[in-house]
Write a protein that binds this ligand. Sequence first.
Ligand SMILES: N[C@@H](CCC(=O)N[C@@H](CS)C(=O)NCC(=O)O)C(=O)O
Length: 212
Amino acid sequence: MPPTITAFDRSPDGGKGLARDTRVRWALEEVGRPYEVRLVSFQAMKEPAHLALHPFGQIPTYEEGDLALFETGSIVLHIAERHAGLLPDDANARARAISWMFAAVNTVEPPILELVTARILESDKPWTKERLPLVMDRVRDRLKQLAACLGDADWLDGAFSAGDLMMVSVLLRLRASGVLDEYPSLAAYVARGEARPAYKRAFEAQRAVNTR
Ligand SMILES: N[C@@H](CCC(=O)N[C@@H](CS)C(=O)NCC(=O)O)C(=O)O
């Protein structure tokens, strides 16, 4: 039985691939694992049946046999640990790739989410004008550090891994702000991720749902 993931029945981004089911679709495409998708409305996400799968009433979730997971980091790690293609065989390299997964969601994504919140959800608040430059500075600090780590390499640590998959997914949320273009090596890194056939399949699959 293929795993089943959940996704928005209509993503607020209209199919730009920023909803987090795209990361999970991408991981499944990278390892060549077919999957099914159950679409949920905002209302259904807050009802008991979905809350039993996701304590915070969000998407995506992942169900496979009697296993139910939430949180994209854990879902992508689960997929990467069970199928070849997203984590190196060498134990130390594997541990480093997992560190990059955590860094993506724990260190790089938080200031990016702050920026998205300030630009979109809080754009009409009187204090946003003053706050935005501070939030931008925090994002730029992280991008500068990340660009220094990447250097002129294609991927963060050797071959493409689940760490890159998570990092590219997180950075994609910055595109609309224009700040990613201030760091050409990171913009090129994200473009390399998007050019992967598995990413393209994942993107098209979520777009088909959101433009139907
Ligand atoms: N840390 C979680 C975040 C999940 C999340 O924020 N999901 C969003 C969609 S991308 C959601 O369901 N938002 C609706 C809501 O929170 O009500 C993860 O990585 O899975």
